[in-house]
Write a protein that binds this ligand. Sequence first.
Ligand code: HEM
Length: 113
Amino acid sequence: MLSPTIVASLLTRAADPIGPTIPMRTAMNSSDWIRRFHRWTSIVFTTTVAANFVAMTKGPPPAWITYSPLLPLLLLLLSGLYLFVLPYARTWLGVRRGRQAAHAQSMAAALPE
Ligand code: HEM
């Protein structure tokens, strides 16, 4: 079965023979993976925070419960910063690729027939 993403990719290519500056994604790439990781780690983090509140109803919680949100929070920070930078990195790469394509076109136009 053709997925909607593949159909969209084929239509984009048909409309633009040179192809999009940034290729359409058809498979799960690393940023999808990080986004899914960030989403699930947020569930783990929320659970550890909730566990702290539950544990506090029974007196001071043990240190491992108190500090258990820190590891998922660190992982969220790292993956979140990656997700934050991603759109800007795409723009920088896209601009560079666009400039390269324009340069290649002008060089090709200067060649004798
Ligand atoms: C600690 C620093 C964190 C940073 C720098 C960060 C950054 C980000 C960024 C940049 C995005 C993508 C937004 C977008 O593309 O629209 C994102 C998505 C998200 N963040 Fe965070 N985040 C952090 C912590 C958290 C925490 C503590 C939670 C929840 C407990 C959380 C839950 C989510 C969820 C559920 C998404 C949507 C993921 C998806 O696309 O399915 N994040 N975050």
